[in-house]
Design a binder for this molecule. Structure first.
Ligand code: AMP
Ligand code: MG
Length: 399
């Protein structure tokens, strides 16, 4: 059985990278993955301008005129850069071009303006309250390399840099299938022994958030023929993600069918939750992940294995930030597997505390309401004491 690091390395080594690209306008680029270098189309700032509402002047004029200058002209946003007449000051607004001849701006709060002249403090120095051309970036500077996943902040930068469209990797196609004779769609009446299906919806949503073009394969029974039939067109997909039926029970058909139609790279990993998880290929294009049926296991193994694979497919790396936080409560266990505890991270008097939540069973979804991080317990560890430092994995901005 592989350990976590081996399984993750095996996935990264085996993922085939997408090659199809498409060009999209910035308005469609959120969450897409950059496919070619993006360079600035303009200097930014594009011209010297004022960082404040105030007055532009030449510093050297001040002492010569006893810190009182007549006002001559105005620089407004959108005006072409003007000129400053020697020995005068000019009204200027935030973002307006600095007139030629001026070398500083004094904010209006520091100025006394009356009778068409301004009185200025003696502390005025050159280069105050100015934004210089190109101080942020210059025409031709590299802004993003291939593999960058674009956030809303990135879109602001690209727009500022005059970039109107970007080449991104075409979305991978992903098929999601749930397996289990007991599963019923939410809302349908439950017969004895049946449960509501939840993994498929979560997996479809997570894949869509990562930028995949998702197809809902529905729920199939624990019958190899049914799964085989559904996977007959698996070659149309870059990713197939199934849930359930991946362990060694008599009705765990997923592994059996994947072994027939493809090549399994691994099917068990020394982790908790989620030990029965399989990864492999079908044909030249398709990656498959057989995730465990227990809902929490399915979510955690998606995070550990599918998410990095989808990023890798896009020539990108999944965010891998971890934090250290102080455990608010202790946790004891038998060493052996790398374990992920659902937990809540919070700020307490300026310190980061983390609470391992009650109800760590991999069938228990209630604690997910509070969960904003996973605590990572290393394989050889037997747990941690309250007050000790532990490693946590943030789950995303929405928390
Ligand atoms: P399995 O991995 O198929 O052995 O399933 C493990 C546990 O997860 C069982 O209790 C199943 O009923 C449950 N389970 C399997 N698939 C799903 C699903 N799609 N939604 C909710 N629970 C599931
Ligand atoms: Mg099952």
């Amino acid at each position: 059985m592989l350990n976590l690091e081996q399984a993750q390395a095996a996935i990264l080594a085996a993922v085939r990278r997408g090659s199809r690209t498409e060009t999209v306008p910035l308005t469609q680029a959120l969450g897409r993955y950059v496919a070619t270098e993006l360079r600035a189309r303009t200097d930014h700032p594009g011209f010297d301008n004022s960082a404040m509402d105030g007055y532009a002047m030449r510093t050297a004029d001040l002492a010569a005129h006893d810190f009182r200058l007549p006002l001559a002209g105005e620089a407004r946003c959108g005006d072409a850069p003007g000129k400053l007449a020697p020995g005068t000051a000019q009204r200027i607004f935030t973002g307006a071009p600095l007139p030629a001849g001026a070398d500083t701006v004094v904010m209006q709060e520091d100025v006394q303006a009356e009778n068409g002249a301004v009185t200025l403090p003696r502390s005025v120095a050159p280069d105050q309250n100015l934004r210089r051309r190109g101080e942020d970036f210059r025409l031709g500077d590299m802004l993003y390399a291939p593999g960058r996943r674009l956030s809303a902040w990135d879109l602001a930068l690209l727009a500022t840099a005059g970039v109107a469209e970007v080449a991104v990797y075409a979305r991978p196609r992903a098929l999601v299938v749930a397996t289990g004779d007991e599963l019923v769609a939410p809302g349908a009446p439950l017969k004895p022994g049946q449960i509501y299906e939840s993994n498929r919806l979560a997996t479809l949503s997570l894949l869509a958030q990562l930028g995949a073009d998702v197809s809902d394969g529905g729920t199939v029974r624990d019958d190899p023929a049914a799964l085989r039939a559904l996977l007959a067109r698996s070659g149309d997909f870059d990713f197939i993600v199934t849930s359930g039926g991946a362990s060694v029970g008599d009705y765990d058909v997923v592994k059996q069918v994947f072994a027939e139609i493809g090549e399994i790279k691994f099917w068990k990993v020394r982790i908790k939750p989620g030990k029965p998880v399989a990864f492999g290929h079908v044909g030249a294009r398709t990656h498959f992940f057989a995730l465990p049926g227990n809902p929490v296991s399915s979510l955690v193994t998606f995070k550990l294995f599918v998410e990095p694979a989808v990023y890798a497919w896009h020539h990108a790396r999944a965010p891998a930030l971890t934090l250290r936080a102080q455990a608010a409560n202790g946790f004891r266990r038998r060493p052996g597997r790398t374990e992920f505890l659902r937990a809540r991270l919070y700020n307490h008097d300026g310190r980061l505390l983390v609470d391992a939540l009650k109800g760590q069973g991999s069938h228990m979804l209630g604690p997910l309401r509070e969960t904003n991080v996973l605590i990572r317990v290393e394989a050889e560890s037997d747990g941690f004491e309250a007050g000790s430092m532990v490693t946590v994995i943030p789950l995303g901005a929405e928390f």
